[in-house]
Design a protein around this ligand. Structure first.
Ligand SMILES: [Zn+2]
Ligand SMILES: [Zn+2]
Length: 203
């Protein structure tokens, strides 16, 4: 396992197989994969649309985003003022759980609609224009939307038990029982108060 050059031992076992497959997949930084040739749509009637399906095992979006299993559909529709580009995509990024500090794949989902105007007269707030070469580069939009979709506090799973504050063990994998043995002194006071109350109640 160590020959992989990464610390697999800290990664959840149920996703190890998927990760190994992924790590050996060639990491593509071929951004041509995200360039759509839309030249032929410009000359179609208003309302014409074409779907572009995507299935990319991994792609690096400079300067900072490494996406795995990027998939989805981009629909390009000829509108009066320009081309309407509707992006629906999913991907995964390596994230670190805020509770147990293990690395895991965070699934991400984005939906975005942009108008690429034919001319500056009809350009929207986004400032997007249909490029003269007829190729729309989706990388900047996908990168931006995916970055926004990453949770501020990623969790490997909703009920992650985190690390023991006393011994540092991953409580998802071992029960060190420190939570039962050692009670925070402040909680101890609370506990004795509760016991007193119960005693009084039963009198
Ligand atoms: Zn976790
Ligand atoms: Zn412990």
């Amino acid at each position: 396992m160590h020959s992989l050059g990464i610390s697999l031992e800290i990664i959840r076992y149920d996703i190890i197989e998927a990760i190994i497959k992924d790590f050996f997949a060639p990491v593509s930084s071929n951004l041509d994969l995200l360039r759509l040739n839309v030249g032929f749509i410009i000359h179609q009637n208003v309302g014409f649309s074409r779907d572009f399906p995507f299935e990319i095992p991994s792609i690096y979006l400079p300067p900072d985003l490494d996406l795995r299993k990027l998939s989805g559909i981009v629909r390009v529709t000829r509108a009066t003022q320009g081309l309407l580009v509707q992006i629906r995509m999913r991907a995964r990024v390596v994230a670190e759980c805020v509770r147990c500090l293990n690395k895991f794949y965070q699934p991400l989902k984005i939906e975005s609609t942009e108008l690429y105007a034919f001319s500056l007269n009809s350009v929207t707030d986004s400032g997007l224009l249909v490029p003269e070469n007829g190729k729309i580069d989706l990388a900047p939009i996908i990168r931006e939307e995916m970055l926004v979709a990453i949770p501020i506090s990623p969790l490997c799973k909703q009920d992650c038990k985190g690390l023991c504050p006393i011994c540092g063990e991953d409580l998802n994998e071992t029960a060190c029982n420190h939570d039962e043995e050692q009670i925070d002194p402040r909680l101890g006071v609370l506990k004795s108060l509760l016991v007193d109350e119960q005693d009084t109640a039963s009198d």
